[in-house]
Design a protein around this ligand. Sequence first.
Ligand SMILES: Cc1cc2nc3c(=O)[nH]c(=O)nc-3n(C[C@H](O)[C@H](O)[C@H](O)COP(=O)(O)OP(=O)(O)OC[C@H]3O[C@@H](n4cnc5c(N)ncnc54)[C@H](O)[C@@H]3O)c2cc1C
Length: 333
Amino acid sequence: MPDTVLDTVVVGAGLAGLAATRDLHGAGQRVRVLDKGRGVSGRAATRRARGTGGQDARLDHGARFFTVRDGRTRDLVAEGLKAGWLREWTRGFARWEDGHVRAARPDGHPRYAPPEGMNALGKALADGLDVLTGVTVTGLERHGDVWRVLDASGVVAQARTVLLNVPAPQLPPLLAGLDVPVPDVAYDPAWAAGIVLTADLNAEWPALELRGHPVLEWIAREHTKRPAGHPPALMLHATAGWSSANLERTPEEVLPELLDAARDVLGGLPQIESAFAHRWRYATPTRRAVGAGHWDADLRVGICGDGFTPDEHGPRVEAALLSGWWLAGQATT
Ligand SMILES: Cc1cc2nc3c(=O)[nH]c(=O)nc-3n(C[C@H](O)[C@H](O)[C@H](O)COP(=O)(O)OP(=O)(O)OC[C@H]3O[C@@H](n4cnc5c(N)ncnc54)[C@H](O)[C@@H]3O)c2cc1C
C-alpha cells in the first residue's frame, strides 16, 4: 500500500477530472488523477489509423469539436489558440436531408478542434499533472478521515479527498457500501467508424449533419481539421437509435453496415486504406443530474462530469470542464 496520503485523488482523466485536477494542483494540493485508459481525455478521444504512404491518420471518434460560451472556457480557448494546440475548425456544417446535401451556411459560432485531434485538449490540461493511466479503480474504502482507492491488485492510492469523474452507470461498484448517492443520469450509446481513404471525396464541406437517415447522423472529413498533407479520412457517427439497436454486436459486424450507409449517403466511397469501428456504451447523457456536480463536505467525496448541469446548455465538452472546475472549487474550501 502506498504510504503517502495525498490531498486528493481524482478517478477519471476525462475533461472534467482533468479540469478539477488542474485547479487543485494550481491551489497547491498534492493531487493525482487515475484513469483506466491508455491515455487521458476520455470521450474527447482520438484514434490513429493507417493512411497511405505510411502516414497515420488521426480521427476523433468521440467528441467531434467543441463550442464555448463561458468566460473561463473562452480563456482556455485563447490559451490554446495562442500556444498552437487549438484551432477554429469551422462556423457551420452542411446538412443532408431527404437524400440531398445543402451547402454549409456559416452561423457565426466557432467550432474548435485541435489539429492533432480532440485528445490534445485533454493532453493540454494534463500537462504537468500527476497522471497515472492503465488503472481501473474498483472500489473505495474509508479509514478514519483517509480514503483508500482500490484496484484489482489492492490499494493504489490514499487521499483525504476523492473526486469521481466516472459516468454514473459505472459508479455503483465504486460507491458500494458508502452513503453517497449515484447521480440520476442516463446515457445513449453511439457507434462510430473511422475510415482512411486513398483519395478525398469530391466535397467542399468540413462535415455533414444528417437529418432522418436511418443509420448515420454525422460524417466529417477529418483531414479538414488537420495540418495540410494529412491523409483523407472520414469519421462516421451513428444515430442513437441505430446504436442502441446494434449495441451488443461486434465492431467487425457493424463496420460493413456503417460503410454501406456512408456509401448510400455519399453515392459511393473512394478506395479505403483502413477502417475501424468503436462503440461508446455511455456516449451522451439523455437525462442529467441537477447542479454542476455532487459534493459531500463531510465525507470529502465529489462527483463531476457531463452528466451534471453546470449550465443550461447540452452535455458536452464545455459542460464537463465547467463541472470539473466547480467541483475543484468545492474541494478547496
Ligand atoms: C460519439 C461522441 C460524440 C461527441 N460529440 C461531441 C461534440 O461534438 N462536442 C462536444 O462538446 N461534446 C461531444 N461529445 C461529448 C463529450 O465527449 C463529453 O461531454 C465529454 O468528453 C465528457 O467528459 P467527462 O470528463 O464528463 O467524461 P469522460 O470523458 O467519459 O471521462 C471519464 C473518464 O473516466 C475513466 N474511467 C471510467 N471508469 C473508471 C474507473 N473505474 N477507473 C479509472 N478510470 C475510469 C474513463 O476512462 C474516462 O477517461 C461527444 C461524445 C461522444 C461519445
